[in-house]
Structure formats: structure tokens, C-alpha cells
Design a protein around this ligand. Structure first.
Ligand code: C5P
Length: 223
């Protein structure tokens, strides 16, 4: 079994890079951010917006998250309903960051993430993959880029998805990204940080294809 862990701040391109690598390598791609987003959606649907709400642990017992693959694409199921298309809004990302600081939430998702690596080669991305979820991963990458570059990429991605450019503000996107990173890096449990044995890659001046082929080279050398 060969496992690759990719961590890094919001908007660093982890998901699209990991997805492209998984296709080239024939590995399963596991997007752990989508799982935290699904938890956030679940709480939102149950009227909970605050991570100190004492209904949380009770509700978590009723939460069943499952991952399935359709044509190689990860789909996230919340109590048997496919919610994958509802997870990408920034509002859900923000809420995911809030709830992901909770021990009970992390324990539930980390157990599921580890279970998914038992049968196949995987490439998994998130915030704590190299440090906590897969400390023995064969290759660890910490993917980053300056906040301006990340905001620009996010902006272009939203436009490509059909959002109206007049309604988008790059500076506001950058501020959201910075705020979310600060929360993720400074939380008590499993904060975002580079694992000691991870390769640090600043992709600010790299194209998408350059990043993919650089990581493929690393896999080839290490495998
Ligand atoms: O990567 P994505 O933006 O989808 O992640 C949403 C949020 O989920 C992150 O801001 C972070 O708070 C949380 N997360 C986490 N650990 C992971 C993946 C995501 O805490 N492994």
C-alpha cells in the first residue's frame, strides 16, 4: 500500500492537484475537507451554528457519513443522501472550520479516513493528514502559496463556475482565506502545520501542470 498525504492552507489547490495525481497514479483520492463540510451542513440543517452548542454530541450520534466513488469522483453521503453538490460554498467552508476544532467531530472523521486507506493506495488531502491521520504516509507534501495568489485562483475558479464577476471581491476572498487559515493553524486539536517529514512546496510561481509533474517525479523517486 502506498499513501500520499497533502496538507496546506485554504485555496492552495490541494484538491485539484490531488485529483489530477490520483488519475495519473490510479490511486483513490480522498478529500477530507468535504467530510468536514458535510458535518457543517448537517449541523446547519439541524439549526446549529455555534460550536459550543450542547446538542452537538447528541446529534453526532445520529450522523452517518459515507464516501462512495462514481466514475472516480468522490461523493459524500450524509445519512444516505448525496450532498456533494452542496458543499462548496464559502459559508459552508467557514462553518466547517468552526466545527472542525471540536474533538468529537475530529475523532469521528479521522476514524473514517483511516478506514478508507486500508484497502487501496490513496492520496488524501486536508489539514492534519501528514501529522495525525496518516503519520506513516509514504510521501507527505505541504502545499502552499501566497494569500493573494490563492485568492486570485479561488476568484477565477468561481468565475469559471458561472459566478458573476461583479459580485465577487478578490480582497474579500483573500480576507476570508486568511481568517480561515488563522483559525485552522491556531486551534488546539490537530492544527494545520507542516509535518516534520513533509516536503514544503510554494506553488505561487508554478503552473498547475508543473506542480503535478513535480509531485509525480517525487513519487517515482520514492516508490
Ligand atoms: O479543504 P476545505 O476548504 O474543504 O476544508 C474546510 C475546512 O475543514 C478547513 O478550513 C478546516 O477547518 C477543516 N478541515 C480540517 N481537517 C482536514 C480537512 C479540513 O480541519 N483534514
Amino acid at each position: 500500500m502506498y499513501n500520499i498525504a497533502i496538507d496546506g492552507p485554504a485555496g492552495a489547490g490541494k484538491s485539484s492537484i490531488a485529483k489530477a495525481l490520483s488519475k495519473k497514479l490510479g490511486f483513490i483520492y480522498i478529500d477530507t475537507g468535504a467530510m468536514y463540510r458535510a458535518v457543517a451542513l448537517f449541523f446547519l440543517e439541524n439549526g446549529i451554528k455555534d460550536s459550543s452548542d450542547n446538542e452537538i454530541d447528541k446529534l453526532l450520534d445520529e450522523l452517518d457519513i459515507n464516501i462512495k466513488y462514481t466514475d472516480g469522483e468522490q461523493r459524500v453521503f450524509l445519512n444516505n443522501v448525496d450532498v456533494s453538490d452542496k458543499l462548496r460554498q464559502e459559508e459552508i467552508g467557514k462553518l466547517a472550520s468552526r466545527f472542525s476544532a471540536l474533538k468529537s467531530v475530529r475523532e469521528k472523521l479521522v476514524a473514517l479516513q483511516r478506514k478508507l486507506t486500508k484497502k487501496e493506495n490513496v492520496i488524501m488531502d486536508g489539514r492534519d493528514i501528514g501529522t495525525v491521520v496518516l503519520p506513516n504516509a509514504d510521501l507527505k507534501i505541504y502545499l502552499s502559496a501566497g494569500s493573494k495568489v490563492r485568492a486570485k485562483r479561488r476568484y477565477l475558479e468561481l468565475i469559471e463556475k458561472g459566478f458573476d464577476s461583479a459580485a465577487l471581491d478578490e480582497k474579500a476572498i483573500e480576507n476570508e482565506i486568511i481568517k480561515r487559515d488563522e483559525a485552522d493553524m491556531n486551534r488546539e486539536i490537530s492544527p494545520l502545520k507542516k509535518a516534520e517529514d513533509a516536503y514544503y512546496m510554494d506553488t505561487s510561481d508554478m503552473t498547475f501542470d508543473e506542480v503535478v509533474s513535480k509531485i509525480l517525479d517525487m513519487v517515482e523517486k520514492e516508490r
